[in-house]
Structures are given as structure tokens and as C-alpha cells.
Design a protein around this ligand. Structure first.
Ligand code: DAH
Length: 348
């Protein structure tokens, strides 16, 4: 029958064996012999204690528990003592040269957009963001392009299969073909006077080639107030182009047509060939950079502004086109291919 003396003997026997354990394998063997789940001596003790008298059981249980804890901790200590010691100095070669940090840079389109925003912010313009999925009212109709207008053609515009649920869900939803709908969106809610730019993505059904991508960026501008004139349009846009391209680049205005402006003007920048004629300007000496004009009275009527009282000018430019002219890039696709050899030429 198990008693306190038997437990003490087991403890003494264990101590002898522990003293002789010299390797990790010895320690593992001892653990199996004493604490093993099936054959372990201490494990067997528990089974015997279960048959001891109820009065003796608590004390025997305590002694057996002590022994188990003792064996457990002393075996762990011995195993730690036998473990091969780690080298005390880390294997670092401090004389190796440091690895250079790969430094990213701004994408040329982001960098240009930021410059443009700065130029207009300094002139007191508000910078707006707007939806790319647009309805045909804002993209066309309110801009004086009625349903039969050729610009609405399926050939040019990407329509969504189903209209998005909006205030006017009977209208087709499309990917905006220009940023001009932001003129309408802003005037629908804003107080006069208005002085905004709205940069963002636009979409057209174009195939990829050197001058076309189905998605590109534009920046829209709109200024509305009492007594705004064509002179304000000219001075603003000449000032903008000078800040972007330098003081000595000639700028000229030519009559044009947009349904939402009257009169309308295309703005041209003198080519770097200085009129000698080159491939970039197609031998003309001039590069088209902006569309613009005085806001058409029909547009004011669509947003509930009194065209007798208010006048304004609007303009729109392609960001990719401006970036191509600024940096002498001849293929628009380069902006979207993420070729490091291209991007690394624009450190920022
Ligand atoms: N929306 C025109 C385009 O996509 C650009 C434009 C022309 C915007 C004249 C204007 C404007 O605001 O007045 O080509």
C-alpha cells in the first residue's frame, strides 16, 4: 500500500537518477520513467492513492503533487543547463555597407495636377471632386447638348447597362466624357460668385494609341459673377499658362465651338520649335492646350441663374496633354505602363 515513506523513497530514487543524467536524452528518459502518461512512476502513484483510505488520501495527494512539481521543475532546469549555449555575440558584420533605400517618386500626372491646383488655389479657386458615373442630364443636357446632339453618340460615350439609382433614375448613366458636368453640379447648389476648378478622370470610347486612352484626366474651370468678361478669361488663362510653361511662351486664342459656351475659344501655346515647324506641332508652330468660352445663357437657365444678371467663363484642359507638352513626351500610353525607366525620370 502507498504511504508517505514510499513517496519519500521514490523521491530519493529520482534524485539519484537525476544526478547521473548527463545528456538531453537521459533527461527525456527520466521524464518518461517518472511522469510518462502510461508507465510513469508518479502516474502510477495516483492510481494507488485512489485506493487509499479516505483519511490518508488528502495528505498522500499533496505529497505526490509536490513530487510531480519537483520532478517537473528539476528536469526542466537540467535540460536548460544541458542545451548547447548560444554564441554570445550576434553574427552581424557591422562593416557591411548599408542597403540603399528604394525611394519612390510622384507620378508625373499627380505632380502636374498638384501644380495646377496650387496655381488656382493661389488665385482663390475652390477645388472640387465629383462623380465619374454621371447621368446624361449633367454630362449633356444641362450643358446645352440636347438628346439628338452628336456628342451623345454610343460611338463616343461609355454607357452603363443600367441607370444608377439617382434623383432622376429614368436617365441613362454613363462614365463622364468630360469634367464639364461639374459646372452644373456646382451651380445647382452654390452661392454666387463662383470660382472653382474640378480635376478628375474622364472616359471615352477610344482605342489605345499614341494620343488616346479610354480613360484620361481633365481639369475644368468655372468663374461666374456679375460683370465677368472675356478679358477675365484671357488674363486668367494666360497667367495660368505662363506659370506652367514659363513667361516667354507665346499664347494665342482662336474662335471655336462648344455647345455650353458662346463665344468659345481654343487656346494655343507656341511650340518649342519656335515656329520653325516640327512633328509635335504638325508644322504649325502652335499647340492646342485648352478649350474655353463664356458660359452659354442656356447653361445658366438650366441651373436657375439669371443670364441677364450673371456672366462667366469656363475652361477645360487635358492633364495628359499638358504633361506631354511640358515634358516632351510623345506617347500617352507611357503614363499608364508603369515602366520604371519612364517613371524614374520624374524625381520629386
Ligand atoms: N469639355 C471640353 C472637352 O472635353 C473642354 C472644354 C471646352 C471645357 C470649353 C470647357 C469649355 O469648360 O468652356 O473637350
Amino acid at each position: 500500500m502507498v504511504d508517505a515513506a514510499a513517496i519519500a523513497r521514490l523521491r530519493a530514487a529520482y534524485s539519484d537518477e537525476l544526478a547521473r543524467a548527463a545528456t538531453a536524452a537521459d533527461v527525456q528518459a527520466l521524464r518518461d520513467r517518472y511522469l510518462g502518461r502510461k508507465q510513469g512512476a508518479v502516474t502510477a502513484l495516483w492510481r494507488e492513492i485512489a485506493h487509499a483510505s479516505p483519511e490518508a488520501r488528502p495528505e498522500l495527494g499533496r505529497l505526490a503533487n509536490d513530487l510531480k512539481t519537483h520532478i517537473d521543475t528539476t528536469l526542466s532546469e537540467r535540460r536548460a543547463a544541458l542545451a548547447p549555449s548560444k554564441p554570445s555575440t550576434p553574427r552581424l558584420d557591422l562593416t557591411l555597407p548599408a542597403r540603399a533605400l528604394a525611394r519612390g517618386s510622384r507620378h508625373p500626372l499627380s505632380a502636374l495636377l498638384e501644380r495646377i491646383e496650387h496655381i488656382f488655389a493661389r488665385m482663390g479657386y475652390e477645388i472640387l471632386d465629383g462623380p465619374e458615373a454621371e447621368d446624361e442630364y449633367h454630362n449633356f443636357e444641362a450643358l446645352n447638348m440636347p438628346p439628338e446632339h452628336p456628342a451623345r453618340d454610343m460611338q463616343d460615350t461609355l454607357y452603363l447597362a443600367h441607370p444608377l439609382a439617382t434623383r432622376s433614375s429614368h436617365l441613362a448613366t454613363l462614365l463622364r466624357t468630360h469634367t464639364s458636368p461639374m459646372q452644373i453640379r456646382y451651380m445647382e447648389t452654390a452661392q454666387r460668385p463662383v470660382r472653382i476648378i474640378a480635376p478628375g478622370r474622364v472616359y471615352r470610347r477610344d482605342n489605345l494609341d499614341v494620343t488616346h486612352t479610354p480613360m484620361f484626366h481633365q481639369v475644368e474651370g468655372l468663374v461666374v459673377g456679375e460683370g465677368i468678361t472675356m478679358g477675365d478669361l484671357k488674363s486668367t488663362l494666360i497667367g495660368f499658362l505662363r506659370q506652367l510653361f514659363g513667361e516667354d511662351r507665346p499664347v494665342t486664342f482662336r474662335p471655336s465651338f462648344f455647345p455650353y459656351t458662346e463665344p468659345s475659344a481654343d487656346i494655343f501655346l507656341g511650340c518649342t520649335c519656335r515656329g520653325a515647324g516640327c512633328g509635335v506641332c504638325k508644322q504649325t508652330g502652335w499647340l492646342e492646350v485648352l478649350g474655353s468660352g463664356m458660359v452659354h445663357p442656356a447653361v445658366f437657365e438650366a441651373v436657375g441663374y439669371d443670364p441677364e444678371r450673371y456672366t462667366g467663363f469656363a475652361f477645360g484642359a487635358g492633364i495628359e496633354r499638358l504633361a506631354m507638352l511640358l515634358h516632351g513626351i510623345d506617347d500617352i500610353r507611357l503614363f499608364y505602363e508603369n515602366d520604371m525607366r519612364f517613371l524614374e525620370q520624374f524625381p520629386s
